[in-house]
Design a binder for this molecule. Sequence first.
Ligand code: CP3
Length: 350
Amino acid sequence: MTETTKPLLAALKGGHPDRTPIWLMRQAGRYLPEYRALRAQANGFLDLCYTPDFATEVTLQPLRRFDLDAAILFSDILVVPHGLGQKVWFVEGEGPKLEPLTGTAALDALDLAAMAEKLKPVYETAARVKAALPAGKALIGFAGAPWTVATYMLEGGSSRDFLKAKRWAYGDPDGFQRLIDLLVDATVQHLEAQIAAGAEAVQIFDSWAGALDEDAFERWTVAPIRAIASRIRANHPDVPITGFPNRAGTLYESFALHAGVDAVSIDPTWTVEAIARRLRPHVAVQGNLDPGRLVAGGPDMIRRVRAICDRLAPMGGFVFNLGHGVLPSTNPDHVAQVVEAVRAADADRV
Ligand SMILES: Cc1c2[nH]c(c1CCC(=O)O)Cc1[nH]c(c(CCC(=O)O)c1C)Cc1[nH]c(c(CCC(=O)O)c1C)Cc1[nH]c(c(C)c1CCC(=O)O)C2
């Protein structure tokens, strides 16, 4: 099978592959017992990410169990601030912690060359995964979007109201722009290194895009992602670029029109009909199934899968996925049932 016929890559470029591609955000992770076993051997989550033996294995685990169309490099969006020199650590059960950046002076200490060096094991993992992938399966690279990564860098972890980030972004936009510009450069460098190592598509996660008002969304979500996408496209025109402006509501339409991406990943709050009419005309679409459906399972989970596939797959430019990551309490059997339901929807259409 040639590169261009991989179903994921065809669909992300708006085509009609012969089967509906499916992959799941956080398809590797704690819901898999084999992940938990490897995680216990590593010296913490970042060690897992930076040890190619571990990270390669964890990336491939979900593809051994399920008939998925892509592997997503096992890493994290926070390797970028970590690579740039910020202190980052993960506390079991609490999520990520960072020593918060304070003010513009702290920006001068962040170092792109150091990042290239520190993230070499991540790129080594991408190369190993690529070499091990079965025919027809694609490797997805990823990064966090500048706004989302900036929130972690400023808040020191997850946040409810993002007031440290907003005070700076809304109160001193030109100062905040310096951090965003630096993150645009870092993100381009990080994604291009993954592509050089073998990533065939990239996804940019703007998990906290939904916290911004329309002016801020244009400046801190759309504009930086457009800058990243145009720089990557200039060097790698065949690599599809997906953006995920999570929970951005009606601002998704502006994102689809102006962010310069090939595809958008869609949270669970969109109706299937609105995806078909308001987003799919502009970009390829992916996502929408509530990850809670995979926790609960049962006939209603399958009904939602069918509703999404039956409306969107015939349009082409469609990738089946969740509206956010697989949750740790998910029963792996439910993932297998979802894959089967996507295949059954294809079979019923022909
Ligand atoms: C915001 C964000 C982060 N990381 C990521 C995002 C954007 C997507 C989203 O909105 O969820 C992206 C991410 N994180 C991880 C991947 C790997 C690839 C995949 O399988 O999707 C990807 C693509 C592994 C991970 N990243 C993390 C884990 C769990 C680590 C563990 O084993 O304890 C995994 C598998 C840790 C992490 N990393 C982050 C948080 C908030 C957490 C804690 C939450 C949690 O514990 O589930 C930051």
